[in-house]
Design a protein around this ligand. Structure first.
Ligand SMILES: [Fe+2]
Length: 391
């Protein structure tokens, strides 16, 4: 595919029905009009295997993922770039977080008056394309496709401005973004204080499975660690949790739109609305799921390796309504209070794999059980700055 340098304008494919009684959200109407595969349900077991179809204006194959918990808050799209292929240069008006599910390639990002930045990505890379910037992706290999998963807040944007053209052909470039772009477009991911004790600040992270520098996440049990993720000039962000083999986290609940992608590990999650039927979500690398609004969810590691999950947050308005746990009693289930089959199923699943639970017995007896962490971690966070790199 020849590389194009002119920005491709997306033609309007639909006039949005803005009648308040319309069957679908403006975003859903637009997605339907594109005629691309739309994958629905509670989870996607492997985004690398989802059916995609050509999206000519983008110069690639693509599909949309609309999971139950996205609830008109979050958007997810899979892009496939064939071996040796290059996507069209396209401008998009909102910040876009991209996780690399498979393959190796080059991303080039530019805006008026800012030197083009090209960086190389590989499996499990995470990066952000700033709002208003033009982006173009190329597959660096000739033998396998690249699969990208993009997350934006486009459903909310299209409810405010029900015109797809606005988001794809909008020439506005944020002056503040441009002033600092030279320093911050694909620069070093830095450690910063705040959040739960450790944060990574940057817009390019080479491999989420190689990340270190997390801190104990005591509240959620399972001997887990966590790091917050902050992107420059963006309200988007999230966190990554890592928890050891043979353990599971406490069930908890919050608002919609938290998109979970698995960079490494094997396990399952249970999701349920209070007092109702449970949904079992099997996962491994490149699985995706989104806990629906106020559904409890609980993560289980049944492998011999630490499991990692990346959680991409919705905007603050939604977090304010749902993500803040007003009461641990209401929004988290302590181990001694959980239904007995939860533990039994976990032990059974481990048994199928010749493994045993490493959950300490004390955790089931005392809601205030203190998990043991390394002595150095008890004194404070152990952090290093090797996770991200500059270009
Ligand atoms: Fe959660």
């Amino acid at each position: 595919m020849a590389q194009q340098t002119d920005v491709v304008r997306l033609e309007k494919t639909i006039t949005i029905d803005t009648d308040a009684r319309a069957r679908l959200l403006p975003y859903d109407q637009w997605v339907e009009s594109l005629g691309l595969p739309v994958h629905k349900g509670y989870y996607v077991e492997d985004v690398r295997k989802l059916e995609v179809a050509p999206w000519p204006e983008m110069g690639c194959d693509a599909a949309f993922i609309q999971l139950a918990g996205m609830e008109g808050v979050a958007d997810a799209r899979v892009t496939e770039i064939p071996p040796g292929g290059t996507t069209n240069p396209v401008r998009f008006a909102l910040d876009e977080v991209v996780f690399v599910a498979d393959g190796q390639g080059l991303a080039t990002v530019w805006a008026e008056g800012v030197a083009r930045k090209t960086f190389e990505f590989g499996p499990r890379s995470l990066f952000v394309i700033p709002r208003g910037a033009v982006r173009q992706f190329a597959n660096a290999r000739g033998d396998r496709p690249v699969r990208l998963v993009a997350n934006t807040h486009l459903p909310v944007g299209m409810s405010l401005i029900p015109d797809p053209t606005y988001f794809f052909n909008n020439p506005y470039e944020d002056p503040g973004l441009l002033e600092s772009a030279e320093d911050e477009l694909y620069s070093v991911a830095k450690r910063s204080p705040g959040g739960r004790g450790a944060s990574w600040f940057g817009n390019f992270f080479t491999d989420l499975a190689a990340w270190s520098g997390l801190v104990p996440h005591r509240q959620r049990g399972g001997g887990g660690h966590v790091v917050d993720i902050q992107f420059p000039h963006s309200e988007m962000g999230g966190h990554m949790s890592v928890f050891p083999p043979g353990t599971y986290k406490k069930a908890h609940r919050h608002g919609p739109g938290v998109v979970i992608i698995i960079p490494a590990g094997e396990g399952y999650s249970i999701m349920w609305p209070e007092g109702e039927e449970k949904v079992i979500v099997p996962w491994h690398e490149s699985s995706m799921f989104v806990p629906p609004n106020r559904w409890f969810h609980q993560h289980f590691n049944v492998s011999v390796e630490p499991a990692r999950y990346l959680a991409l947050s919705p905007m603050k308005q939604v977090r304010g309504l749902g993500d803040q746990q007003s009461s641990r009693l209401l929004d988290q289930v302590e181990y001694p209070d959980e239904e007995s089959w939860i533990r039994e199923m976990f032990e059974e699943e481990l048994g199928k794999r010749g493994l045993e639970s490493l959950m300490p017995e004390g955790a089931y007896l005392d809601a205030h059980f203190k998990w043991e962490y390394d002595a150095s971690e008890e004194q404070g966070a152990v952090l290093d700055a090797t996770a991200g790199r500059g270009l």
